[in-house]
Design a binder for this molecule. Structure first.
Ligand SMILES: [Zn+2]
Length: 295
């Protein structure tokens, strides 16, 4: 079984991206893992500070590890958007494969300093752990937003990207390239889609020479996602699309079976709804090639 670093290198070589899906319960974990297994592609399970507080830091580590071992499948665990060093250390000690250390809200110099310290501290705990740093503004909250946030001033520049990578020693960079967290109502209704700054991705990739992560991938134009991956994006985060599917699936189950109380008869609905999202997104991120022979 290869580690996450090898899998990232292989994905860069093949011009594909690893899907990163946030989960908060076993239903979503099953949806993510079974899709990756069926398509025979690696996958990243993400838990934000809030998500891992709910599911438990050591509990999610044990769950992901048990899947990896039992099925011998490359599934990795990422501590998404970790805003403080103590929380990052807690995840590293529990056995996470990667950590997004996110102090991007701070001024650039402070972001550099704190991220550099975090990289050193985390690699001391586990030299194999991968640390992702973030510069620029991609908004907050994987939810449905009423209004478009103005993130135009917060786009990452190639010069900043190079300086940040060289000064911090991070393994993965999360830039702001037109992406944003959450979805607008119009995106949920399918009327609008997020568009990405592809030339900027090309320039940042050239400057940073590291795997790049696209946060806030939900609701992004499919063709832009394909182009972004070709331009150098190696990890794509999907959260809001999964949350919407989970809720709609649950609502459908309760509407169809108003008197059902058996959880394992209700929960396959949100599981299957979420799986449709993970399946189609993984196919797109992996250039559809993995779709051959599957449904
Ligand atoms: Zn994110």
């Amino acid at each position: 079984m290869h580690g996450l670093r090898d899998v990232l290198e292989q994905s860069q070589k093949n011009g594909v991206a690893i899907g990163h899906f946030n989960i908060a319960d076993l239903v979503l974990l099953k949806a993510v893992f079974s899709s990756a297994q069926e398509l025979k592609v690696p996958v990243l399970v993400g838990v934000s500070e809030g998500e891992r507080e709910f599911i438990g830091v050591r509990q999610i580590t044990a769950l992901v590890r048990s899947l990896r071992e039992e099925f011998d499948h490359p599934v990795f665990l990422n501590a998404d958007h970790t805003h403080s060093l103590p929380k990052a250390i807690e995840a590293a000690k529990a056995g996470f494969d990667a950590i997004v250390f996110d102090v991007s809200a701070l001024p650039f110099e402070q972001n550099v300093r704190q991220t550099k310290d975090a990289v050193e501290a985390l690699k001391t705990i586990n030299p194999a752990i991968l640390v992702e740093g973030e510069i620029g503004n991609i908004g907050t909250g994987s939810e449905i937003h009423e209004e478009t946030p103005d993130l135009s001033n917060g786009l990452t520049t190639p010069i900043e990207a190079r300086q940040y990578v060289e000064s911090t020693g991070i393994d993965i960079l999360a830039p702001a390239v037109g992406n944003m967290h959450g979805m607008l109502k119009s995106m949920v209704q399918g009327e609008t889609r997020k568009r990405l700054d592809i030339p900027r991705i090309v320039q940042i990739k050239r400057a940073a020479r590291l795997p790049l992560t696209l946060h806030g991938g939900s609701g992004t134009d499919d063709e832009d996602l394909r182009k972004a991956i070709a331009a150098g994006i190696t990890i794509v985060h999907i959260n809001t699309e999964l949350r919407i599917a989970w809720r709609r699936g649950l609502e459908e189950a309760l509407a169809k079976h108003p008197h059902e109380v058996v959880p394992y008869k209700i929960l396959p609905f949100p599981l299957n709804a979420a799986k449709q999202v993970t399946h189609s997104r993984l196919k797109l991120f992996n250039g559809e090639r993995s779709a051959v022979g599957s449904h």
